[in-house]
Write a protein that binds this ligand. Structure first.
Ligand SMILES: Nc1ncnc2c1ncn2[C@@H]1O[C@H](COP(=O)(O)OP(=O)(O)OP(=O)(O)O)[C@@H](O)[C@H]1O
Length: 283
């Protein structure tokens, strides 16, 4: 694999260089007659926080599942760190971290035990495991809760643990699917601060989806708005707001402008039920 990282003092994290780290070429996924992602063309430079926004059912999760090698494309393709997501899927998985919407931490284990399992899964040498885990627990502010069962954690703590699990192997790109859904405002701003620190301290590229426009505005260097399986517009939050030619335009205005009537384009029963389940377990 092309080496895009270098050590930062004693840190376990990589620093990525400024070249393109993620690229999609007409990436497409169909489910029967439904085209969930249609002809997606994206370029993400290393170190960027990139936000994929869109109403329920727009195709964001399907795009992330393809990029994380969990779902094969129907057509087109993508590379991450120069690696093909289909032909070099195993190597792509070593280069990325993924925090799905659904629960990825085991409530019947402690935070430490969850991290230990991931350290073993990622083949982190036994000698290094303890250091890596302790460093991450400190970075996340979870050191005092390390030996408590995760079922006693708050939603915000679970999210932090899930992010810790996903970055234990020092990924170049971290995928976060709706990282703050179901969290209260304080926990949400803790996650925002964490993403900022990941980027600014370690240069981790972050690819996230969110429904929260404020979150996208605060966190993302660039945003793509997706609607009905296609990218409608891409730009920095400032560029997108300026594109409306409206004084004091917000990202909410931008979202409504490009995706139309939110109520009409909202989730169907299955999607609404899934989102509420996620919100409930983190809430
Ligand atoms: N496994 C599947 N089988 C059939 N259709 C699917 C499947 N997964 C997703 N879809 C459909 O593909 C479209 C895009 O779904 P997707 O979950 O990617 O959207 P999303 O933008 O992530 O929505 P949300 O914000 O609700 O997570 C929807 O019409 C959805 O019903």
């Amino acid at each position: 694999m092309t080496r895009l990282t270098e050590s930062v003092g004693e840190s376990i994290f990589p620093i990525a260089n400024s070249s393109t780290i993620l690229e999609t070429h007409a990436l497409t996924r169909r489910f029967g007659k439904t085209c969930a992602v249609n002809n997606l063309n994206l370029t993400v430079p290393a170190g960027e926080v990139f936000g994929l926004l869109g109403p329920n059912g727009a195709g964001k999760s399907t795009a992330i599942k393809m990029l994380t090698t969990l779902l094969p494309p129907s057509a087109g393709g993508a590379t991450i760190a120069g690696l093909d997501i289909v032909r070099q899927a195993a190597r792509v998985r070593r280069a990325i971290g993924y925090v799905p919407q659904s629960l990825s931490a085991d409530g019947s284990l402690t935070g430490y035990e969850n991290l230990l399992i991931f350290a073993k899964l990622y083949d982190i040498p036994q000698k290094k495991r303890e250091n890596y885990i302790q460093e991450l627990l400190n970075f996340m502010g979870l050191q005092d809760a390390a030996h408590r069962l995760v079922q006693q954690y708050s939603g915000g703590m679970i999210r932090k643990l899930e992010i810790a699990q996903a970055i234990l192997h020092q990924p170049l790109v971290l995928f976060l699917d709706e990282p703050t859904v179901g969290l209260d405002p304080l926990a949400r701003s803790n996650v925002w601060e964490l993403v900022e620190r990941l980027r600014s301290n370690f240069g981790t590229t972050v690819f996230l989806t969110t429904h929260f426009m404020e979150e996208a505005d605060v966190l993302c260097d660039r945003i793509a708005i997706m609607h009905a399986s296609q990218i409608i517009v891409t730009g920095t939050p400032t560029e997108l707001k300026a594109s409306l030619n409206k004084e004091d335009a917000t990202l909410d205005d931008v979202f409504i402008h490009y995706t139309g009537d939110l109520l009409a384009s909202g989730a169907n029963y299955r999607e609404t039920s899934r989102i509420r389940r996620v919100a409930k377990r983190l809430g």
